[in-house]
Design a binder for this molecule. Structure first.
Ligand code: DQA
Length: 148
């Protein structure tokens, strides 16, 4: 199985941005650890990041026919982007929504998630572990309903 991991806006700033919230590890270290976890689970994985909403839409469109699952943390676009939701609906690839922080316990505007309307599971507040959990769900080792 091949998995596309998409990180959205400002996630390239991990390790620098608000370390009290997002931790002190970099985006590069996130990618390294996701690849390690995927390998251990026997999954193929590609990680991409963009600060552009349109670029993320293009990544999703290009996933059609190439990837069996998408793991996505759209960053702030989670709360605003109908375009990303529509792209996910268009390709109809099983999608797992991940957030490093517990978005539901933060500001009210973070409680809205367009992606969650299509996500098979929504994993929040586990830091990097959230991505590994999504991969385990895709590999059939963890139950997606647990976090839906
Ligand atoms: C985030 C939560 C969003 O509200 C925020 O805009 C982010 C990161 C998270 O991973 O916790 O950029 O998606």
């Amino acid at each position: 199985m091949k998995v596309l991991v998409i990180n959205g806006v400002n996630l390239n700033m991990l390790g620098i941005r608000e370390p009290d919230l997002y931790g002190d590890k970099s985006y590069a270290s996130l990618v390294k650890s996701i690849k390690k976890e995927a390998k251990a689970l026997g999954l193929g994985v590609k990680c991409v990041q963009s600060n552009g909403e349109g670029k993320i839409v293009t990544y999703i469109q290009r996933a059609l026919g190439k990837y069996d699952a998408i793991v996505i943390n759209p960053g702030a676009y989670t709360h605003t982007s109908v375009a990303i939701l529509d792209a996910l609906k268009a390709v109809n690839i099983p999608t797992y929504e991940v957030h490093l922080t517990d978005v539901d316990s933060r500001e009210d505007f973070r409680k809205i998630s367009y992606v969650s309307l299509v996500a098979k599971s929504r994993i929040t507040g586990l830091g990097f572990e959230g991505y590994y959990k999504a991969l385990r769900m895709i590999a059939g080792k963890d139950d997606p309903k647990e976090n839906a």
